[in-house]
Each structure stands twice: as structure tokens, then as C-alpha cells.
Design a protein around this ligand. Structure first.
Ligand SMILES: [Cu+2]
Length: 152
């Protein structure tokens, strides 16, 4: 991966790993934790990721966009179960994070949809996610790659 040869990327990553708590990143009033991405199967170029976003401040914030290292596109999706148990998934262009509240991503609910994965994501690898918020700005978090929720 060419990113890993870029010294700026490496120093950025080292900064995140040693200055922020692992698997948890904070900017102002927004904390992103419990970040993990489901390992890809075979040559699949699509997978899902999960985070918990807490807004500990007094001001509402909004998640505007997400980037994932080595992944062409990352979006917030919401799965809902309708009549007859039919599951639907739709794009959430802007995710509101009201003051004092938490957004918990999970299977069957909100998730990050990662598409265009250049290199298969294997269990125990790590992937850098960068979430951009309206007020808090960019919050980077190192997500674990796992086959199932490593935080349960
Ligand atoms: Cu999805």
C-alpha cells in the first residue's frame, strides 16, 4: 500500500496511536470509539464498519462524511426492517448527533458502508477511519478489522 510508504501518513498514524487512546479518538465534544470493520470475504470489495459516536457537548453536531484508508467510498447507511421483515438499506447523507447523545452503529441498524476496497481486509489488521463533523471537524480513529464485533 503506497500510503504506508508516505512518511506524513506514518507520522500521522503514530500520532493517532500514541497520543489518542487506541480505538478511541476525540475532538472537542465528539468521541468516536468501538470502531471496527468487518473482514472481507474472498475478493469482496464491499464491507461494513461500525463506530459509536458520542456528543458530550452542549451543541448538536452532524456527521457530514467519512473516509476509510484504502477504500474508494465510505457512506453512512441505515438498515430498517419494514413490514413482513423486509430489510432495507438507505444512505444517510447527514447523521445528526444531538448534544448529549450517542449514535451506536450496529448490524441491522446504522453502519458504515465501505465500497471499492483495494486490498482484502483481514482479521486483526487495522484501518484508519476519518469522520468529518460540522462542528468538531475531522476525527480520525483506528478501527480493528474483525470477523465479528470485537467489543461484545
Ligand atoms: Cu449498507
Amino acid at each position: 500500500m503506497t500510503l504506508l510508504r508516505d512518511p506524513r501518513f506514518i507520522s500521522g498514524l503514530i500520532f493517532i496511536i500514541f497520543v489518542a487512546r487506541p480505538f478511541c479518538a476525540a475532538a472537542a465534544d465528539i468521541t468516536v470509539s468501538y470502531a471496527w470493520v468487518r473482514a472481507t470475504i474472498g475478493q469482496a470489495i464491499v464491507t461494513a464498519g461500525y463506530v459509536t459516536i458520542a456528543n458530550t457537548g452542549e451543541t448538536d453536531d452532524r456527521l457530514l462524511s467519512v473516509r476509510a484508508e484504502g477504500v474508494a467510498k465510505a457512506e453512512v447507511h441505515r438498515t430498517t426492517t419494514g413490514e413482513g421483515g423486509i430489510m432495507r438499506m438507505r444512505l444517510v447523507a447527514v447523521l445528526e448527533i444531538p448534544a448529549g447523545e450517542k449514535a451506536v452503529f450496529k448490524g441491522g441498524g446504522d453502519h458504515l458502508m465501505l465500497t471499492g476496497i483495494a486490498t482484502p481486509l483481514k482479521e486483526d489488521e487495522k484501518i484508519l477511519l476519518t469522520l468529518t463533523f460540522q462542528n468538531a471537524g475531522e476525527v480520525a480513529v483506528v478501527a480493528r478489522v474483525a470477523r465479528r464485533d470485537p467489543f461484545l
